[in-house]
Structure formats: structure tokens, C-alpha cells
Design a protein around this ligand. Structure first.
Ligand code: SF4
Length: 254
């Protein structure tokens, strides 16, 4: 990304986030939005942009930043202070003891990441219900969505990704992803100008190798197809269902 001013990056993030909120009707008048803050760059940019948008929004809504402490991170105190001092939002900290659970029930031969994410999600969902939140905002961005799409195609033989807005399977919570139109490059460029250090994750588990492989693959494809990540994202909202290989008749039901 070209060297851009802080104001330009902030304007672009606000515009793209506002557009996604509008297109997917993510936030409505009087909503109580729980923001999942992991302390990493994506969630910090999310909470900052949402708080800026709220000041100028035509509707009133509440933001409730929540940090689920898994026991792996250090440095959340400085992140909490930054959110409270610069954005004026109170952060709720929830101790989830996930590290202890993984130490006890984890299979040493398997990656603990799937279980860790499930446990974290479970805590977020029950907290949202307890707090009367209308939605849970997550910091996933355009690249996360496109990578998940390819991961599911390549490794599970399914077409699916991460919806910018969806109700959970049990119907109790609504998940929103306001950064769905923002690339990780844009988020990184903006985050590098914010005066806050993300948390340090001290987890012995290795990052997901398949995701890194797909990320690298998209970068290589971009040399020949410069806007390939945007095309992949657009494809997820532009499905020609009749041309798919669904068995048992017309997928459109006609
Ligand atoms: S790397 Fe560690 S903290 Fe991250 S999802 Fe995996 S087990 Fe959890």
C-alpha cells in the first residue's frame, strides 16, 4: 500500500466499515453491540472505528468492549487503558481459564486451536446473552473471509465462508463483522499509526499452517490477477446456484 496519511486511512476505514454496516443492516437504533476485543490489531481497529462511527451515526447504539481472557496473553492492561482513555469506553474482562482447560483435556497430538476457539466463542455467546447484547462484533476482515472460503473449498469440499452478519445456529446471538470490506493491509497500515501495543500471545501452539499457505497462494495469484481477493469476496455474494453441482434436483427449488 502506498504511503498514506493517517487521516486518509481513517477516512477509508470509516467509509468501508460504514458501508458494510449499512449493506448488511448490522446495527439498528438502540442496539447494544458487544465488541469482542482480543487485544490484537484487528479488534483494536474495530473498536476504534466503531466508536468514531457512533459519534456521527444517525442512530444511537451502545458499544460494550469485552475481553475474554484465555490465560495466554500478556499486556492487556495497557490495551484496556488505551480503550478507556482514548475511546472513553469501559472494558469488561472475563476470565475464561481456557489455558487450564486445554492443559487438562487437550490431546497433545492434535492442534488445540479448534477447541480453544470453540471455548472462546462459547464464552462470548453466553456473555452476550447475559449482558442483553443485540449483536457481537468480531474483527474479521475481507482477507479472513476470502481465506476461509478457499480453506473450506480446498480442505473440506464445501462452499462457505464467514458471513458479514448472521444469527448463530441456536438462534440466540447475532454475529456481525463490520470490517468485512476492509483488507488486512489497510488495517495494518492504520494500526501502525495508533499509539498502542497489541497484547502478546504466549501460546506454545503453532499458527495454522493451512491458512498461511492459502494467504501466500492469494498473494501469488495477485501477481497475475491484481484484484483477485476482491473478486473472490464478490463471488461470495453473487452465487449462480443453478450452475453448482447440487444433487437431487434444482437447488433453487423450481
Ligand atoms: S494459538 Fe493458542 S491461543 Fe491461539 S487459538 Fe491456538 S491454542 Fe488458542
Amino acid at each position: 500500500m502506498k504511503q498514506r496519511s493517517f487521516a486518509y486511512l481513517e477516512r477509508l476505514l470509516r467509509k468501508k466499515t460504514g458501508q458494510a454496516i449499512h449493506d448488511y443492516r448490522m446495527i439498528e437504533e438502540g442496539d447494544r453491540v458487544m465488541v469482542a476485543v482480543s487485544g490484537g490489531k484487528d479488534s483494536l481497529v474495530l473498536v476504534k472505528i466503531l466508536s468514531l462511527l457512533r459519534r456521527a451515526a444517525p442512530v444511537e447504539y451502545e458499544l460494550m468492549p469485552v475481553y475474554v481472557n484465555s490465560g495466554f496473553d500478556s499486556g492487556f492492561d495497557r490495551v484496556k487503558a488505551w480503550i478507556e482513555d482514548t475511546l472513553g469506553l469501559d472494558v469488561i474482562i472475563h476470565d475464561a481459564y481456557i489455558r487450564e482447560i486445554l492443559d487438562t483435556v487437550g490431546d497433545p497430538d492434535k492442534s488445540p486451536c479448534a477447541l480453544c476457539s470453540r471455548l472462546r466463542r462459547g464464552h462470548l455467546y453466553s456473555l452476550a446473552t447475559q449482558m442483553g447484547a443485540d449483536s457481537i462484533a468480531l474483527g474479521h476482515h475481507l482477507d479472513d473471509i476470502v481465506e476461509t472460503f478457499l480453506l473450506r473449498c480446498f480442505y473440506t469440499g464445501q462452499i462457505g465462508a464467514m458471513a458479514p452478519s448472521r444469527v448463530t445456529d441456536d438462534g440466540k446471538n447475532r454475529i456481525i463483522r463490520p470490517l468485512a470490506y476492509c483488507t488486512s493491509e489497510l488495517i495494518d497500515a492504520y494500526f501502525s499509526r495508533l499509539e498502542v501495543e497489541p497484547v502478546t500471545v504466549e501460546c506454545p501452539a503453532r499458527p495454522d499452517g493451512k491458512r498461511m499457505l492459502v494467504r501466500d497462494y492469494i498473494k501469488r495469484l495477485e501477481r497475475d490477477i491484481p484484484r483477485v481477493r476482491y473478486s473472490l469476496f464478490a463471488a461470495l455474494g453473487n452465487i449462480d446456484a443453478r450452475s453448482l453441482c447440487t444433487k437431487g434436483g434444482d437447488p433453487c427449488g423450481s
